[in-house]
Write a protein that binds this ligand. Sequence first.
Ligand code: NDP
Ligand code: BG6
Length: 479
Amino acid sequence: MDRPLSIVVIGASGDLAHRKLYPALFGLYAQGYLPERFAVFGFARSAYTHEGFREHVAERLTCRYTPQESCGQRVSEFLQRCWYIRGEYGSSDAFLDLYQAMKEVEGAGEAANRLYYLAIPPSLFLATAHALGGAGMVQCGLGEPWSRVVLEKPFGRDSASSARLTREMAKVFTEAQTYRIDHYLGKEVIQNMLVLRFANLVFEPVWNRNYIASVAIEWKEDMGIEKRGYFDDYGIIRDVMQNHLLQILALAAMEPPGRLDSKHIRDEKVQVLRNIPPLTAADVVVGQYTGTERNGRRIRGYTEEDAVADDSLTPTFAAATLRIRNRRWDGVPFRIRAGKALDERVNEIRVRFKDVPGNLFTQAAPPFAASVTAANEMVIRVQPDEAITLRIVNKVPGVGMQLAARDLDLEYKAAFSEPIPDAYEDLLLDVFRGEKGLFIRSDELEAAWEIFTPVLHELETKRIKPAGYAFGSRGPETG
Ligand code: NDP
Ligand code: BG6
C-alpha cells in the first residue's frame, strides 16, 4: 500500500460518516495501516470550511490505539489530511470541483488510488454514481491506480429494485470495483464464526440436523429509530433481517468452503441462501412499538416519531422461522427475531442441541435417578460483551445425584487483551487491500432478496397491521 490513497466520503455531514467512518479511518491511521500519502475528502451539501469539517471529524476520534501523551499530535496530523468540498450529489460539475481539489492535494507524481464511500441515503446512490462517472473520476480496469466504491445497505427494496440498482451501478463501477458493505460481517465475533466452526474438531461433527434441535438468532435494540429518517421507508425486515441476520445465518449454516478465499466462502453462502424457501406473511410476526411512561416521563411510540406518518404500518419488530432444505439442516428451524425499542441491546446466536437419547440419568433407579432440566446449548454473543458459552449438564456437588446446567464461558474481555476493533476498521482495510470476502456479492444479494421479497410484498399489499408492543418491553407474542 505504497501508492497514495484518496478516500472520498460522500455524505460527509451524515451520521454514519461522523460516528463510524472517521473514527475507523483514524483508528487505521493510528495503527499504521494507511499509506504515507493519504487524504480524506468530505463531500456533501452542508456548508463547512475545511477547518469546520476538521472540527466535525475530531468530535468522535478516540485514542484507543494511541498512548494518551501522543494522541493529540496524531489527531492533528490526521486532521491536516482532511478536506471538505461542498456540492450537490447529482451534479457532475460539483464532482469536477471535488476532482480539482483532489488533484491539488494529491499533487504531481504517482497517481492515487481512489475510494468513493457512498455514506448517503440509498435513493441518492445512482445519481451520485452517474455524476462521478460523468466527471470522469472513475478509473476503469482492475490494476493500479484503482477506483473503488463502497455502498451501504439497504441495496434496494426488493428483488426487482435491487437488480435495477445493481444493473445501473454497473454502468459506472464494475462488480469487481463494488464493495457492498454489511458491517455485521466486520464484527469480531461474526468473523470468528468460520474459525469456531472449521478450526475446531469438536463442533463440525455435531453441526447438523442429527444433533442440533434449533438455531435462534436474536437482534434487539433498546432504542427507537432516533434520527434514522430512512427507516419508515424500509422497516426492520429490510433494515436488519434481510442483511445482518441473514448473513449471520449463512455463516452458521454454510458448508465448509473448499478454500479460505472470498470466492469459495461466498459461493457456499449463496448456496445455503438458495436452499431457503421464500417466506410468506404466515411465517412471520410483525410488531411496532407504542408509547409508554417511564419514571414519569413519556416515551414516544413509533408513529409519534418525527418523519413517521401517524398511520404508518412499518414494522419495527419481526420474527420468522426459516428452513434450509438441504441434507445438513432439513427439519431444523432457524428462528430469527429483530426489534427496535425492546428491553435490552443484544445480538446473539443460540444453537440448541437435542436431548441425549436414552438418557441414563433420567432412566436410572434411585439413588442415580435425576431430572435433566436443560439440553446443551451454545450461545455466541456478538454484542455487547462478546462471548461464547456452552451450556453443559453437571452433577451438583454434594451427596445424591442432582444435575444442573452450567456454562463454560469464553468472555472476550477476559480471554484477550487486544482491543476489539470496530467493524468498520476491518472492512475499510479490506477495501484498501482489495479483499472482498466480507462484502456482499451480487448473486448473494439476489438470493437474500428472493427469501424476503414475497413476504414484504404481501405485508404491504394486504396492509397487515403490526402488533403493538410497549417501548422497552420484550416485544409482541411470537408463539
Ligand atoms: P444520513 O441521513 O445522516 O445522511 C447522510 C447525508 O446525506 C446527510 O448528512 C445529508 O448531507 C445527505 N442527505 C440526507 N438526506 C438527504 C436527502 N433526502 N437528499 C439529499 N441529501 C440528503 O444517513 P446516515 O449517515 O445515517 O446513513 C448513510 C447510509 O449508510 C445510508 O445508506 C444508511 O442506510 C447506511 N447505514 C447507516 C448506518 C448508521 O449507523 N447511520 C448504519 C448502517 C448503514 P447534506 O445535507 O450535507 O448533503
Ligand atoms: C444498521 C441499521 O445497519 O445497524 C440500524 O440500519 C441499526 O437500524 C444498526 O441501529 C446497528 O448497528 P450496531 O453495529 O450498532 O449493532
